[in-house]
Design a protein around this ligand. Structure first.
Ligand code: NAD
Length: 450
């Protein structure tokens, strides 16, 4: 089956509503059935422990499906909207129409979740889908294909495997929608390719997500919540804290609390911890070790190429022009920068591209209000990290260089649907007022249309 055949099937009909629900139910049970195999693939590709695999990949997907199973019947019904007096007694409604054939491109860091979660939304909305898993998580790519071919027929969903060359060939095809998750750099490649056919896109990209600690924050709890979000998946999370801004007066105490959190979570030698992951490949390992050049980590810094291990690492006294502060870190290195006033910190963040995530730690409601109003970001938390993703009622997506568009839960249904406006005119009356000649009607027309 080729993409052309998928397109022909899409032109014939959207996926019937009953079939969408059936397929999602099947997908949920196959995910359960293959949970161990998926866990093993995640372990091989990323050293992910079973708990993380369940919470951030398999369990996450099962929850996502659960939302749709409950919501699809209501979501497919055209949404009635009010009609202005001048158009009455006609009626207005928004119909949700699938785009047709959707391309989903996934990265390697949450390889199963980020390939299948957009797929779930696209199927719920009635689309046919081409899924392109990341070649950098090869064991997961195999299992993703296995799952998809078990659940979907080849005129519903196709899997295309491959690296850069294959993906670039794929991007030459015409799609009705492209949903891309990956780096800002490749996001630009995708958007250029989409422009050829004026294909709409969602770009779920990355960037440097800051944590801003206000002087009112309880440092022990703050350090724990940051450490958890940072070293989950060894820092290879798009919304991981990328750098910390801490008041100068609390800097040293914060670093001590970070050390305590790391030891509590991963023991005195994190290499031996069953809960600490590995770097995806040697290229990324070398990139990260290179970022450590000319630094003296306050915590961690140990690494081993054969094991693709880099310890949870905190680096202090980092200047803004150090390479650590020039690119998204996407690994277990955490720069900590001291600041003197909250306004200075806000300006430092605002001087950089709008981040995908932002985390404010403060118990002062005036500070919370000021910072949230002034700092632009995709999504985030007050007094926590990452968990905003766990609420599927919150749209997940970036802004500016961290992306465009959003999804999760029922919101994905909107992402993958065209909102078709329909006005139903009555045939019972035909008001002559709008027809020419207009002479003599101007006063009344002006009164009606303002
Ligand atoms: P990537 O951009 O390198 O790859 C993503 C996809 O694009 C892969 O399927 C890959 O095969 C393909 N690709 C890579 N280079 C390409 C090229 N030159 N032309 C065409 N296709 C190409 O991203 P990655 O390394 O897999 O993932 C890491 C990045 O993704 C980080 O920046 C991270 O922040 C971001 N990310 C974002 C989210 C989010 O939801 N916003 C989630 C996870 C990761």
């Amino acid at each position: 089956m080729s993409i052309q055949n998928l397109r022909a099937a899409a032109l014939k009909s959207a996926l019937p509503v009953k079939l969408r629900t059936e397929r999602l139910l099947q997908l949920r049970s196959v995910l359960q059935e293959k949970a161990e195999k998926i866990g093993a693939a995640l372990e091989k590709d990323l050293g992910k422990c079973a708990f993380e695999s369940w919470v951030s990949e398999i369990g996450f997907l099962r929850d996502e499906i659960g939302h749709f199973l409950a919501d699809i019947p209501a979501l497919v019904v055209p949404q009635k909207v009010a009609t202005p007096m001048t158009l009455q007694p006609g009626k207005s409604a928004i119909h949700k129409e699938p785009f047709g054939v959707v391309l989903v491109m996934a990265p390697w860091n949450y390889p199963v979740q980020l390939a299948l979660s957009p797929l779930i939304g696209a199927i719920a909305a009635g689309n046919r889908v081409v899924v392109k898993p990341s070649e950098l998580a090869p064991n997961c790519a195999v299992i993703i294909e296995e799952i998809i071919t078990q659940v979907f027929s080849s005129d519903e969903v196709l899997v295309v495997q491959g690296g850069v060359a294959e993906t670039q060939a794929l991007l030459k095809e015409k799609f009705d929608y492209i949903f891309f998750t990956g780096s800002t750099q490749v996001g630009k490649v995708v958007m250029r390719a989409a422009a050829e056919y004026l294909t709409p896109v969602t770009l779920e990209l990355g960037g440097k997500s800051p944590c801003l600690i206000d002087k009112s924050a309880p440092l022990g709890q703050t350090a724990k919540r940051i450490a958890w979000g940072k070293w989950l998946n060894a820092g290879q999370t798009c919304v991981a804290p990328d750098y910390i801004l801490v008041p100068s007066a609390q800097h040293d105490e914060f670093v001590r609390e970070m050390q305590a959190a790391i030891t509590q979570f991963y023991g005195s030698d994190p290499k031996l911890s069953p809960d600490y992951g590995r770097i995806v490949n040697e290229r990324h390992f070398d990139r990260l070790v290179n970022l450590l050049k000319d630094t003296k980590p306050a915590i961690g810094g140990q690494h081993s190429k054969t094991e693709k291990f880099i310890a949870p690492t905190v680096i202090t006294n980092v200047s803004w022009d150090h390479p650590l502060m020039q690119e998204e870190i996407f690994g277990p290195l955490l720069p900590v920068i001291a600041y003197d006033s909250i306004d200075e910190a806000i300006q430092l963040i605002k001087a950089r591209p709008k981040p995908l995530a932002f985390y404010l730690f403060s118990t002062d409601s005036a500070v919370q209000e000021r910072v949230l109003e002034q700092v632009p970001f995709g999504g985030g938390c007050v007094n926590d990290t990452i968990v905003h993703l766990a609420n599927s009622r919150l749209p997940f997506g970036g802004v500016g260089e961290s992306g465009m568009g959003a999804y999760h839960g029922a919101l994905s249904f909107d992402t993958f649907s065209h909102k078709k406006s329909v006005f139903h005119q009555t045939t019972l009356v035909d008001v002559p007022l709008r027809y020419p000649p207009y002479k003599g009607k101007e006063g009344l027309l002006k009164f009606l249309v303002g």
